[in-house]
Design a protein around this ligand. Structure first.
Ligand code: P6P
Length: 347
């Protein structure tokens, strides 16, 4: 029997990192792990059950809700409610915050912001989807927690992570002391530590962006894409273009292999498409903890003022050297290693 460490054992072992922790955050992470296992079970058999396709409803974003994302939302909210460590859930699927008002939950210290099933439009075509979560301590001292407890900048996160339901199911998270990945072993129903201390390669050979929006991209993004495509053996260009259309899957690949994921402003998304509170901030926290970088093309994602629950932001996230290079193009600079003739014939 190979020796392995389960998520639960790891959380308890790492609890010592938080001397004042009373186990609340540990139990909250456990609750998220439980919901992830339940969602995984349904995602894995989605093709067999009548839970494929459209639920016939739309979410706050006006996006048609796939049955599985409604199911996933319900499972995470239910697990958090019964766990008793969370007082408010802010979900992509719900216009307003969800107060968990049981006698225990209403006095809980933690807020969870979640995209319960990111990339759900890919469900019917068997492409990896994911859950993204972000955890804050409430700021209010007494009385019911409010929206102000949710609208905190990304630097205030105490934990963040994602679950990727792919060729295997993994839970990857940080509590501010590095990033660790756990793979679900279905034979024992446990997430087991498989990727300890994950480190983002400081550079990479993959760029990930929906080039279908090219004509609407800012000039700096267009120039960066052309930079990625130019032949230059010294810098191993052209890079490879990989775009799954599922943020969790694209970022997870880049975390392991190195690369950059960009969702900039476009004509249909003048503030970017991805949501700051439960997509950009948790991914930015995690990727920075793994040694990567996450900005909106100029400013650090985690420093962006959070003013609305479903606020959107452009995002440039991944290997530090690649994100900085893209930022340089966004700032209108030409980099010393970008020869003028390269750019001349890049358009
Ligand atoms: P587009 C999925 O709908 C999602 O929210 C992210 O997971 C993904 O990165 C992005 O949107 C894909 O958007 O406009 O390229 O289809």
């Amino acid at each position: 029997m190979k020796n392995f460490m389960t998520l639960g054992q790891f959380i308890i072992e790492k609890q010592a990192d938080f001397p004042y922790a009373k186990g609340e955050l540990s139990r909250l992470l456990r609750d998220i792990g439980i919901a992830a296992k339940i969602v995984n079970r349904e995602v894995n058999k989605a093709g067999l059950m009548d839970i494929l396709g459209n639920a016939g409803s739309t979410n706050i974003q006006g996006e048609s809700q796939q049955k599985l994302d409604v199911y996933a939302n319900e499972q995470f909210i239910s697990a958090l409610k019964s766990g008793g460590e969370c007082c408010i859930v802010a979900s992509e699927e719900n216009e307003d915050i969800i107060r968990l008002d049981t006698d225990v939950s209403k006095n809980a210290n933690y807020i969870v912001a979640i995209d319960p099933l990111d990339g759900s439009s890919n469900i019917d075509v068997n492409v990896p989807v994911g859950t993204i979560f972000s955890i804050y301590r409430r700021r209010s001292i007494d009385g019911p927690a409010t929206i102000d407890d949710v609208l905190q900048n990304g630097t205030a996160q105490v934990a963040a992570g994602y679950v990727i339901y792919g060729s295997s199911t993994m839970l990857v998270y940080t509590t501010g002391k590095g990033v660790n990945g756990f793979t679900l072993d279905p034979s024992i129903g446990e997430f087991c530590l498989s990727h300890p201390n994950m480190q983002m390669p400081e550079s990479g050979l993959i760029y990930s962006i929906n080039e279908g929006n090219y004509v609407h991209f800012p000039q700096g993004v267009k120039r960066y894409i052309k930079y990625c495509q130019v032949e230059d053996k010294a810098t191993s260009r052209p890079y490879s273009s990989r775009y799954i259309g599922s943020m969790v899957a694209d970022i997870h690949r880049n975390l392991i292999k190195g690369g950059i994921f960009i969702y900039p402003v476009t004509a249909s998304a003048p503030n970017g498409k991805l949501r700051l509170v439960y997509e950009c901030n948790p991914m930015a926290f995690l990727i920075e903890q793994a040694g990567g970088r996450a900005t909106n093309g100029a400013s650090r994602i985690l420093d962006i003022d959070v003013t609305e629950l479903h606020q959107r932001s452009p995002i440039f996230i991944g290997s530090e050297q690649m994100v900085r290079k893209a930022e340089s193009f966004m700032a209108g600079e030409l980099l010393p290693d970008v020869k003028e003739h390269e750019m001349a014939n890049a358009f």
